[in-house]
Write a protein of this length. Structure first.
Length: 121
């Protein structure tokens, strides 16, 4: 399985009026992680086709570290299903917990944006 990991830190400018990470910011981070994993597998350009599901389980606060783990779980001729798990880490005590999971469909494309077959592994 192809995987990509990325790390972020939540700054005050990333938060909403409650002091937790703005959902739109997290969605962008997750889309980027899905892009990295799918691009790595396709060995080329990919685009986001759809987000099947996104579940925010636990809030992420300013100052938290955020690890995004994107895994290509299934693939077709031109598309891939990528699951992105998001964990928060409290830098003060190191506690970690799963906060969010998202399911993305990414499509391998040519330079003109038309679907391209995913090469064999």
């Amino acid at each position: 399985m192809t995987e990509a990991r990325s790390l972020e830190v939540v700054f005050p400018g990333d938060t909403n009026h409650l002091g937790t990470l703005f959902g739109g910011t997290l969605m962008a981070w997750m889309d980027r992680a899905a892009f990295f994993a799918a691009s790595r597998r396709a060995r080329g350009t990919v685009v986001t086709r759809k987000v099947d599901e996104l579940e925010f389980r636990v809030p992420i606060h300013a100052g938290d570290f955020v690890e995004l783990v994107a895994t290509v779980e299934a693939e077709g001729r031109t598309s891939m299903r990528v699951v992105v798990d998001v964990h928060r880490e409290d830098p003060a005590d190191g506690t970690r917990e799963l906060c969010t999971t998202g399911h993305f469909v990414m499509v391998s494309v040519n330079d003109d944006g038309t679907p391209r077959e995913i090469p064999p592994q």
